[in-house]
Design a protein around this ligand. Structure first.
Ligand code: FAD
Length: 551
């Protein structure tokens, strides 16, 4: 595929040459570096690239130009290159304009001039932005090919696993692509073999399990060492933060994750309230960074492993996998978060993964192009998904059981939903049934205000109706509340009937089993936010150190 373009715009020839030179020296091998000396000239370049379907990865424009300011130009440039990262080159005096542009036009970064030395002041910023752009365009130059049915649950799971583990892939639909049928024929594959996963230089996988897929892609699925200091179960924000702090502070640390790192946060299209990211960042981006950081410090990551049991063996704690394998550690952190609650409506259970989805990933959002999509839920997660789906869908209908969205959703999300032309909100409305042979074809909506029911045709229903912890695997010793949330610290002592075995009080994140800690959404009365999960994950490591010093 053609190299993506980086476009620079500056009316000052000396500055224009300088930035172009710096960009060529670092990015010239992977990107076309194109230079324009006015906004008008740059718009002509962008129009030409758009007509030839050439991707534009990044546009860096000076703010002070005579005919059109940088912000004015970037606003127009957005239309030609909607996915490009936008950078404004500014003088200190323009800082306010640049900050305003983050909200107004979605500016990704403003860079104060001069940017010398580029290795410190230019490249780290652009490396990040271009890395994000690449991650979001993985499917354009991937090596792995997936051949399957659009409405197959297993195809959906395979694609989700690849996307969430940042493995580039190209999708071929056997119903619509000649190439898909050719590949199926070449592999001699029958319907039961789908989806096929063709790994470059590797074997052809036929309807692989998540574990087989992970093994074929070289992702680790077994632990290396006989005993760890800390075993973290769950690689959401809490688990990943604990991995970073544990490994960086000298603990032999392993993280076990049943799907892909990132947890719920990994599904968020835009996390806007996480400290230090004024423009927000996607869950995929946050995950990518956190995993790289944890690995850099030496944390081991074991993927595609569902933890199904837990045992106390004297000073050692063991977490057990379904196939009899296990990991032993001196301390355990439970960071398994929560899982989506299922929508209880006739006919929907059989259509899960075939038009009915719990949560939504970027790959599903882009597949809804031009379709009518329904979203159920009234919290921020439903709102964010609605906005993300509306970028592709013809129309998104948000179904809310209560009589108002404002009660449960942050106002900045509600405002964007109200402002979008292709989003409808239906309050006091519930999904009571769904039907379809091969995949979802229609849902029945009950209007609680009028008492009427109507069936509407749709192939897409995304459900966000709250979540609950799945902690049965912890067995009888680790105390939970009636919903399954893990009880920790002072809350343990306040509960009747809990037997705490040590003379010291439990540490604040410690469970009823000494040396077993809980952090993030799985913990009773936790805040259910990315930042608090990260904070608790980091804090748990301090408590693990204190615990290990006592045994
Ligand atoms: C769509 C969406 C958008 C959101 N947006 C925001 C936002 O903008 N801002 C914000 O602050 N919060 C947001 N949240 C909430 C935030 O994502 C969560 O509070 C946060 O992810 C909790 O982190 P956690 O690590 O405790 O758990 P989780 O993120 O739930 O991660 C738990 C991990 O444990 C794994 N796991 C579970 N059981 C097992 C097992 N038995 N064996 C192995 N692994 C297991 C899971 O696969 C998962 O990866 C959003 C949530 C959703 C769903």
């Amino acid at each position: 595929m053609a190299k993506a373009t980086i476009l620079t715009v500056d009316d000052d020839p000396a500055v224009s040459q300088a930035i172009t030179r710096d960009l060529r020296s670092r990015y010239g091998a992977d990107y076309r570096i194109v230079r324009a000396t006015s906004g008008a000239e740059a718009l002509t370049v962008l129009t030409d690239l758009a007509l030839r379907a050439r991707p534009v990865a990044l546009i860096a424009s000076d703010q002070r130009m005579p005919e059109m300011t940088g912000v004015e130009f970037l606003e127009q440039a957005r239309r030609h290159a909607p996915d490009a990262k936008l950078v404004l080159l500014t003088a200190y005096a323009d800082t306010d304009v640049a900050i305003k542009a983050i909200n107004d036009i979605g500016l990704d970064y403003y860079l104060l001039k001069p940017w010398d030395p580029p290795a410190e002041r230019l490249y780290p910023v652009l490396d990040d932005l271009l890395g994000d752009w690449r991650d979001a365009h993985l499917d354009t130059d991937g090596g792995v090919r997936v051949v399957g049915h659009r409405w197959s649950e297993r195809s959906h799971e395979v694609k989700t696993f690849l996307a969430r583990n940042h493995v580039p892939y190209v999708w071929f639909d056997v119903e619509h692509d000649d190439e898909a049928r050719r590949l199926q024929e070449l592999a001699g594959a029958v319907a039961a073999d789908l989806p096929l996963v063709l790994v470059p230089e590797g074997q052809t996988l036929r309807a692989p399990s998540t574990r087989e897929l992970a093994d074929a892609l070289g992702l680790r699925t077994t632990a290396e060492q006989p005993l760890y200091d800390l075993c973290i179960v769950g690689a959401g924000p809490a688990g990943l933060a604990a991995a970073v702090y544990g490994a960086s502070e000298g603990l032999r640390t392993v993280v076990v994750e049943r799907e892909a790192p990132g947890g719920q946060a990994g599904q968020s299209a835009a996390i806007e309230n996480y400290l230090g990211f004024p423009k927000g960042l996607s869950g995929a981006d946050l995950t990518h960074r956190a995993v790289a950081q944890a690995r850099r410090f030496g944390a081991e990551m074991v993927l595609a492993r569902d933890v199904v049991g837990f045992e106390t063996r004297g000073p050692v704690r063991a977490v057990c996998f379904g196939d009899g394998l296990e990991v032993e550690a001196r301390a355990v952190l439970v960071a398994t978060g929560v899982s989506y609650r299922m929508l209880d409506a006739a006919g929907l259970a059989d259509l899960t993964g075939r038009g009915v989805y719990y949560g939504a990933t970027a790959s599903e959002a882009s597949q809804c192009e031009g379709d009518d999509v329904y979203v159920v839920g009234a919290a921020n997660s439903a709102g964010q998904a609605t906005l993300n789906l509306a970028r592709f869908a013809r129309r998104v209908v948000l179904l809310v059981r209560s009589d108002s969205l404002e009660k449960s959703m942050s106002s900045y999300i509600v405002e964007r939903i109200r402002a979008a032309d292709n989003i409808d909100v239906r309050v006091r409305t519930e999904v009571v049934a769904g039907r379809g042979d091969d995949h979802l074809e229609a849902i029945t909506l009950a209007d609680r205000a009028t008492g009427t029911e109507e069936e509407v045709p749709t192939n897409w229903l995304f459900v966000f109706i709250g979540a609950s912890p799945r902690t049965d695997w912890l067995g009888g010793d680790v105390v939970r509340d009636e919903k399954g949330f893990v009880v920790t610290g002072p809350d343990l002592l306040a509960r009747s009937g809990v037997r705490w075995p040590l003379p010291r009080a439990p540490y604040v994140l410690e469970t009823s089993v000494p040396g077993v800690f809980a952090a993030g959404d799985v913990r009773l009365d936790s805040m259910k936010r990315v930042a608090s999960a990260v904070g608790e994950g980091a804090m748990s490591v301090y408590l693990v150190h204190r615990y290990l010093a006592t045994i």
